[in-house]
Design a protein around this ligand. Structure first.
Ligand code: CA
Length: 219
């Protein structure tokens, strides 16, 4: 798996590259945002938000637009940390410096597990008029692709893994925001409302008050 390591600090970058190589990954290290955008496509992105040439958040948005690879943000404690926690940017996870290498590998593996279907059959799924393509992370309704955010995609992806079953808010939080999120679960409702609007199928996602959500469609 090719991992794009976007990090301007030489010592941190070389430690990450050495460690990832030892773990069987194929790291590609770049030190600037401009180089990062030239180094796509990739399978996974580690993005240090404190770069010399670009605002990290803007670069994140450019990477998201240009690539469907999962992104883990790397932040300095006290710097961008609060900004990220306060904004729902749709990163797949983030780690705060200084972090242990084992923690980083565990995060990469966890994100990879939750963003990739393992068997070929689960990669394109039809539920009612909705098609979820897990290879390209796209959703189509009656053949027309909808422009969903990574979080909206993630919510539908999770609900569709077991159509008809209720998925709790906590399960959605754990899967999509990771174990380090301590914000309110209410924002999930905001993402679900937006997803419903985009799907144009008001009754497709049922809210089970106080519990969670359910995809009320049959395959
Ligand atoms: Ca930096």
């Amino acid at each position: 798996m090719r991992v794009l390591v976007i990090e301007d600090d030489e010592a941190i970058a070389s430690a990450i590259v050495t460690g990832l190589t030892r773990e069987g990954f194929t790291p590609v290290r770049v030190a600037t945002g401009a180089e990062a955008l030239r180094s796509l496509p990739t399978d996974f992105i580690l993005l240090d938000l404190g770069l010399p040439d670009r605002d990290g958040i803007e670069l994140f948005e450019d990477l998201r637009a240009a690539s469907s690879a999962p992104i883990i943000m790397v932040t300095a404690r006290g710097a961008e940390h609060d900004r990220i926690a306060g904004l729902d940017l749709g990163a797949d996870d983030y780690v705060v410096k200084p972090f242990g290498f084992r923690e980083l590998v565990a995060r990469i593996n966890a994100v990879t597990r939750r963003t990739s279907g393992t068997d070929a059959e689960s990669k394109v799924q039809q539920v009612g008029p909705i098609t979820i393509d897990r290879r390209t992370r796209t959703i189509t309704v009656d053949g027309a692709e909808i422009a969903c955010t990574p979080k909206e995609y993630g919510i539908l992806d999770l609900l569709a893994r077991d159509p008809g079953a209720v998925v709790t808010r906590q399960e959605l939080l754990d899967e999509l925001w990771g174990p380090n999120w301590f914000g309110s679960t209410k924002m999930i409702d905001v993402h679900v409302a937006s997803l419903r609007r985009k799907l144009g199928l008001a009754e497709a996602i049922e809210t089970h008050r106080g519990i969670g959500f359910r995809l009320a469609l049959t395959p």
